[in-house]
Design a protein around this ligand. Structure first.
Ligand SMILES: Nc1ncnc2c1ncn2[C@@H]1O[C@H](COP(=O)(O)OP(=O)(O)OP(=O)(O)O)[C@@H](O)[C@H]1O
Ligand SMILES: Nc1ccn([C@@H]2O[C@H](COP(=O)(O)O)[C@@H](O)[C@H]2O)c(=O)n1
Length: 225
């Protein structure tokens, strides 16, 4: 636990860190590490969309029908350790159903409530700094080249014993980037007041150290020293 933020000040109540970025940029890894370092609860908001997708998939519902996806949002409970949440079919469906305004709306309050809890929180996703927590104390936009992200994803898939072919994964990442950035509701955007962290040339530990440094610096600027 480290609540000092490099200034000696205790973390304020309601301190919120928003972490956004494209698929496989490393935002989840960074968000988890920030949560641990600053002793804040963490929400991976992508899991909510994946949980809707998994439910729909298990029902045999049609991801092309918004109403069916919306029905899957009702009483949404899931086991974050469920391996199928991270499977390729579920990832594809999650990417599709996350473009539906009604689905985003159904998941909005749960995320906002998490961000608003006493003591604060770290959330990662695509629209945290722009829609879910536009008043977050620190906003990080984590990015990396599509090629580097594809390499990371392939490595991750192979480590999980799943098939991962570089060219296919790269195409898929580019398609997801386009869908995330191109949808009319809550598109993936860098909030104007976010700090950009490009992890293309950084290893995991270097990325985490840089994120902690950036947050600390930002907090140092915000709190009286
Ligand atoms: N800086 C880094 N260098 C090398 N590998 C990394 C780095 N950051 C993350 N990784 C690895 O890349 C993979 C994707 O990282 P992570 O899950 O954090 O990305 P993400 O942006 O949250 O992905 P998604 O949004 O698609 O779930 C993981 O296997 C992770 O260990
Ligand atoms: N705030 C968010 C988070 C995620 N999505 C979409 O969900 C899919 C799965 O997310 P991962 O972060 O686990 O990859 C992803 O394809 C996004 O389209 C979102 O729209 N908003």
């Amino acid at each position: 636990m480290n609540r000092n933020f490099g200034t000696g000040d205790e973390v304020r109540k309601g301190f919120v860190i928003a972490v956004d970025g494209p698929a496989a940029s490393g935002k989840g890894t960074i968000a988890r590490a920030l949560a641990k370092h600053f002793d804040l609860p963490h929400m991976d908001t992508g899991l909510l969309y994946r949980a809707v997708a998994l439910k729909l998939w298990r029902w045999g519902g049609d991801p092309n029908v918004e109403f069916e996806a919306l029905r899957a949002c009702d009483d949404l409970g899931f086991d974050p350790g469920d391996e199928e949440l991270r499977s390729e079919p579920v990832s594809r469906i999650a990417s599709k159903i996350s473009s539906y305004p009604s689905v985003r709306d159904a998941l909005l309050q749960r995320q906002r409530d998490f961000a608003a809890q006493e003591g604060g929180a770290v959330l990662d996703g695509r629209d945290i700094g722009t829609v879910i927590a536009p008043n977050a104390d620190v906003k990080l936009f984590v990015t990396a080249s599509a090629e580097v992200r594809a390499q990371r994803r392939v490595r991750e898939l192979l480590e999980r014993g799943m098939p991962g072919h570089y060219e296919d994964v790269l195409l898929d990442i580019r398609a997801r980037d386009e869908r995330d950035a191109g949808r009319p509701v809550a598109p993936l955007r860098q909030a104007p007041d976010s700090l950009v962290l490009d992890t293309s040339d950084l290893g995991i530990q270097e990325s985490i150290a840089e994120a902690i440094r950036l947050v600390g610096e930002q907090v140092g600027l915000k709190l009286p020293g």
